[in-house]
Design a protein around this ligand. Structure first.
Ligand code: NOJ
Length: 881
């Protein structure tokens, strides 16, 4: 039986502190949140599920992995599971190697928008801009092209895509890495991206699992660096229903899409660390969702040894407890744990199986993968293979150009992900007489596009957030450059003023007759290890940066044709000026990547169809409800972020609040975006499909399989005398054959039974999860219950794309007014032409998570659907039987 028990203890309890840079703590616009009283609790869930040889889509990979893993020694298996340490090899994460069988160490590299710390790679639009295209095929293409670039550099595992954070708080620092605040949409974008990456032969990583919704306090050490006296990382406290219906939903889709890897997050969930939370890893991801790949830790998110193994972690990244400590929770400790019985041998086998099955699933072949031909740590050709230890000088950068013709996709995707929020006839531009481009956000960063490490600044045009989810720009086309080129082609007059504080110059230009002023402004955010202007990852407010609001107000006070373009990571407050009649257009250009200027030119001149907003534009910061927790609220214990809003984030919150008070109506709703044409929606048709009633999965798993035998003599695991140890490199070998000394742990010798939660070592057959049974969960969750169609007719005069959206009300108490359950970007509908929008509602789409039966249930409450062009413009409606 799966059992409950004590919260697992650590095998090797080294203290953790972040190696991230220290920054001064700055004032912020925090919204006080009450301290939690009773601390939330995460129930235990053991044993850790092992792979299912029959799992859909994994059978062949399983057989190949079994053949490979069966040949491995214990030390070789450990080597697969444990990184060699921060900067100990060329990639941001590197596993140990198995030279005897020709497997080089696996190369893991960021990230969600392409390759980090590399060269001759592309800088794709960030997730939120890709999301705003609402285009499945562009998501798939983007994934495939990123995967192709990764493969060409010798990368085995790409550390993306992300749907955590999903965007609970509009100020969340890393929201832009994901696609949408809506889980249904994020899930589809994740799945398409994963399929694209993996079709290119590279393992994708769905991250960060889970409820990793803010940067503040994500790691205690990092928070201490900002001057906060906290000893533990933030706990995101959320209930089972919210978990299933919101935060875990896109991960379930990722599993169904066959994702090879999942990264567990820094934060705690209900006061249990993401990378040792047995409920979330064993219980939800592996048991219920049927995940067959491997779970890796985020970098330094592992806080224990045997406990993390028992809770379902499969790979320790980057392998050392703290960057460059030379110590590991796994490595030698995992070897010792398996020999002394605190880690079940089948658990180690399962880790190795999961890693190798993911490897084979994406078509990789041992001994035939590309060489790693770049180094994350230098752009010089010659460097060290082990940079931290300065060992083995060699050519490490081969300047392999992997960009192909990807620029074409990037330009198209960023344009199609640009959202027109307001247009009083100003757009599209048509050979304007005189264009004045105003604002720092239209020009270059004087330090160059890659002038700030990991893009940790907002200087020049904003085309990428900051942190690990970045890449080096191969070039950056600025709006100034691209718009000027267009102006020259059209014989327009063109001037630009690219400093926000040059008011006299700006005034001189925008006060002239015939001017079309295009004002650029931005708002940035990123990962918590970098603080920019007091924004420690999370934004401290929702206003524009570098006095952008003043610039817009000033220009529009004297220029009656002011077009505003915003590059931002998410919503900003437009409330003060959006209604000004001199502001003739407002365009959200997202965070577009290397082709920024070309993409915005394509939209402003009407050469491409725009996108739709993947989040809501509220009137005030408060109107979003949930916000980042900026101050510790639990003494020096883990700050407690209570997700008391449940599933009511973004449009669900606005819909709920507007029903109470119309003043909460947002400026521009989720799914909104203007078009080059007008469309009529008609002929809503609901077809009910005949399906079998839902059957919870029953039966038993196989017993935990074991592959190969291992010696229990510690002498067999001593550091080989013929290997010269590399400084701080993480090895699987023991230094001494005394178990106690090798463990480096004062509490060594406690009985495993006292130490591990009940069930952790149990390898007997287990009952299958009623909501599970296959990758993505119970197969019948994906039965199609209804097919909905509607006719979309272009009633205007331009050929353009339309994005019909389908929303559902689950009905009943406490449910959102409506949730997204279908959408399609229908391309190039000609004037007068009609096309059919089609959406399929699955059982999961219609269900709610039932916390009592622990399964998806379609309630008796009446279900209504709507179809329209945004979450608030829904001309067609029907009730489902
Ligand atoms: C920490 C980040 O949270 C994660 O997204 C990234 O993949 C790793 N660092 C590696 O850079």
């Amino acid at each position: 039986m799966r059992t409950s028990g004590l919260v697992a203890a650590a095998l090797c309890a080294a203290s953790t502190s972040s190696a991230a840079a220290i920054y001064e703590r700055q004032g912020n616009g925090s919204i006080p949140q009450p301290p939690a009283s009773d601390l939330a609790y995460s129930p235990p869930d053991y044993p850790s599920p092992w792979m299912d040889p029959e799992a859909n889509g994994w059978q062949q990979a399983y057989a190949q992995a079994q053949a490979f893993v069966s040949q491995l020694t214990l030390l070789e298996k450990v080597n697969l599971t444990t990184g060699v340490g921060w900067m100990s090899e060329r990639c941001v994460g590197n596993t140990g190697s198995i030279p005897r069988l020709g497997l080089r160490g696996l190369c893991l590299q960021d990230g969600p928008l392409g390759l980090r710390l590399s060269d001759y790679n592309s800088a794709f639009p960030v997730g939120i801009t890709a999301g705003a295209t609402w285009s499945r095929h562009l998501w798939n293409d983007r994934g495939r092209l990123m995967g192709t670039e990764a493969k060409g550099k010798g990368i085995d595992v790409l550390l993306g895509p992300a749907s955590g954070p999903i965007g609970r708080a509009p100020t969340g620092g890393r929201n832009w890495e994901g696609f949408s605040v809506d889980p249904y949409m994020a899930g589809i974008a994740m799945a398409e991206t994963i399929k694209g990456i993996q079709d290119a032969g590279v393992i994708a990583t769905a991250k960060h699992y889970i409820a990793n919704e803010q940067e503040h306090f994500r790691q205690a050490g990092e928070a201490q660096g900002y001057g906060f006296d906290v000893d533990e990382s933030l706990s995101s406290n959320l209930d089972d229903k919210t978990l299933h219906e919101l935060y875990a939903w896109p991960f379930q889709d990722s599993v169904r899409a066959g994702v090879g890897a999942v990264m567990c997050s820094y934060n705690q969930i209900n006061n249990s660390y993401g990378c040792q939370n047995s409920k979330l890893m064993n219980g939800i991801l592996k048991d219920e969702f049927g995940f067959q790949g491997f779970i890796m830790s985020d970098w330094q998110a592992q806080h224990a040894g045997a406990a993390t193994a028992a809770a379902g972690l499969d790979m320790s990244m980057p392998g050392d407890t703290v960057f460059n400590s030379g110590r590991s929770y796994w490595g030698a400790n995992l070897t010792l744990g398996v020999v002394n019985g605190t880690v079940a041998p089948w658990r180690l086998d399962d880790m190795a199986m999961r890693i190798m099955a993911a490897f084979f699933k994406v078509g990789r072949v041992v001994g035939e993968t590309e060489d790693i031909n770049f180094s994350s740590w230098t752009r010089d050709s010659i460097g060290f293979i082990q940079p931290h230890a300065s060992e083995n000088p060699a050519q490490v950068n081969f300047q392999v150009d992997v960009r192909g013709n990807h620029a074409h996709h990037i330009r198209e995707s960023a344009a199609k992900g640009t959202v027109i929020l307001k247009n009083e006839g100003a757009l599209p531009l048509n050979k304007p007489k005189f264009i004045a481009v105003i604002g720092e956000d239209a020009g270059s960063n004087p330090a160059g596009p890659n002038g700030c490490n990991d893009r940790g600044c907002a200087a020049g045009t904003y085309a990428m957030g900051w942190g690990s989810g970045t890449s080096q720009f191969p070039y950056l086309v600025t709006p100034d450059a691209a718009l000027q080129r267009q102006a020259l082609e059209d014989n327009s007059r063109y001037e630009s003023v690219l400093q926000n504080n040059q008011w006299a110059a700006v005034q001189g230009v925008v006060s002239q007759p015939n001017v079309t002023a295009i004002v650029f402004a931005n708002a940035a955010s990123g990962e918590g290890y970098i603080s920019v202007d007091g924004n420690a990852g999370d934004r401290k407010n929702l206003t524009l940066w570098n006095s952008g609001d003043e610039l817009i107000k000033n220009v529009s006070s004297i220029c009656s044709n002011t077009i505003v373009v915003i590059h931002s990571v998410g919503p900003v407050l437009l409330t003060d000026w959006y209604e000004n009649p001199n502001i003739t257009a407002i365009v959200w250009a997202g965070v577009p990547g290397q082709e920024s200027g070309n993409s915005i030119t394509d939209i402003l001149y009407g050469k491409r169809s725009p996108g739709r907003s993947p989040f809501t534009w509220g009137r005030t910061r408060e109107s979003y409800g949930a916000d980042v927790l900026y101050e510790p609220n639990n003494g020096n214990g883990a700050p407690q972020s209570d997700f008391t809003e449940g599933v009511f984030i973004d449009y669900r919150e606005f819909d709920r609040a507007t029903a109470e008070n119309p003043e909460n109506t947002p400026l521009f709703e989720f799914g909104f975006g203007l078009s080059w044409s007008t469309f009529e929606y008609s002929n809503l048709n609901v077809e009910k499909r005949q399906v079998r009633p839902y059957n919870p999965t029953t039966g038993q798993t196989i017993a935990a399989p074991s592959f190969g035998n291992a010696s229990t003599d510690l002498d067999d695991y001593l550091f080989p005398s013929n290997i010269r140890p590399i400084r701080n490199f993480i090895y699987p070998y023991l230094n001494v054959s005394s178990a106690e000394d090798a463990s480096d742990d004062d509490s060594y010798g406690e009985e495993a039974a006292d130490f591990l939660p009940p069930g952790a070592l149990d390898g007997s057959a287990q009952p299958k999860n009623p909501a599970g049974g296959a990758p993505g969960g119970n197969r019948q969750l994906w039965d199609i219950l209804y097919t909905i169609t509607a006719t979309i007719t272009n009633t205007g005069s331009a050929t353009t794309d339309e994005v019909p959206q389908l929303y559902l009300s689950h009905g009943g108490e406490g449910e959102p007014v409506r949730v997204l359950r279908g959408f399609e970007r229908i391309e190039r509908i000609a004037p007068g032409e009609s096309k059919t929008f089609r959406a399929e509602l699955t059982r999961r789409d219609l269900s709610n998570w039932d916390t009592v039966s622990q399964n998806w249930v379609i309630t008796d409450a009446p279900k209504t659907i709507w179809v329209g062009s945004s979450s608030r413009n829904l001309p067609l409606t029907a009730t489902l039987e």
